[in-house]
Design a protein around this ligand. Sequence first.
Ligand SMILES: Nc1ncnc2c1ncn2[C@@H]1O[C@H](COP(=O)(O)OP(=O)(O)O)[C@@H](O)[C@H]1O
Ligand SMILES: CC(=O)N[C@@H](CCC(=O)OP(=O)(O)O)C(=O)O
Length: 289
Amino acid sequence: MKTQSMNRDWIATARTLSEALPYLKRYVGATVVIKLGGHAMGSDEGMASFARDVVLMNLVGVHPVVVHGGGPMINDMLKRLGVESQFIRGKRVTDAATMEVVEMVLSGTVNKRIVQAINAQGGRAVGLSGKDANMIVCDPTDPELGLVGDPVEVTPDVIRQLHEDGYIPVVAPLGAGREGETFNINGDTAAGAIAAALKADRLLLLTDVSGVKNAEGEVMTQLTPENVKELTDSGVIAGGMIPKTQTALDAIAGGVRAVVILDGRAPNATLLELFTDHGAGSLIRREVK
Ligand SMILES: Nc1ncnc2c1ncn2[C@@H]1O[C@H](COP(=O)(O)OP(=O)(O)O)[C@@H](O)[C@H]1O
Ligand SMILES: CC(=O)N[C@@H](CCC(=O)OP(=O)(O)O)C(=O)O
């Protein structure tokens, strides 16, 4: 039996769809890089919801690229294997034994979980890492971090080709060294480098907080690179938020139009951000309009 309140729900849904039209138009043909952090990868239900959003985005003409992390999953596996791991300035010190586990977890378990989730929603996801087609070539970040790499040459042709053929690329943050090594790249750094190489319209960094907070703990809905520098210098931006905001600044300097830091655990976070005037999280771009 249909009730009046059910009718009201449908009317609200129709209004939301209708209001999305200008945004849908704006993003046709746009490239959107979405970084899914390990902390934002929740339950199977949360993963299915994320995957549904990515498939919908693709169906309305957006070219999504998913770049993922998986730090907590690497920690779990290292613990099970009895391998010690430590972080310096937010990056995992990676020796050869750790690298083997990092690659197994990122390229194997995590990458395939996302690929399967997208395919289960009717998308056609293809999993790859920065090593495939020599997409991300790295130099070592710092000798004390071992096999941690900084992207120095990014060739995203394979991503463009996959988009052209209707596939959704899902990229694990690993890079190739010039001497045949494998490098462990911070997930945010890898996403920023890919977004800059593609001159993406948006880079969405999905994490476990609703955005960048000011000294009062309020989420800043819009920030310029200057605001980020001030908040970092005063110590308000700290810990894991530092590589994220640094990635945002580098990506903008590299030609990405805007970067959004948002809570990936919130339902339909990416759709809200792209297709409504409500937006979500903190938008960082050169000029705040
Ligand atoms: N100014 C700030 N605004 C929001 N979060 C901040 C800020 N400074 C530090 N953080 C911390 O940064 C964390 C996000 O970074 P991180 O844990 O590395 O995320 P992820 O695993 O998703 O990459 C937040 O959970 C929060 O504790
Ligand atoms: C160099 C470095 O620290 N690499 C990360 C790669 C995964 C990652 O970045 O995962 P999140 O996005 O979930 O944090 C690591 O080994 O944990």
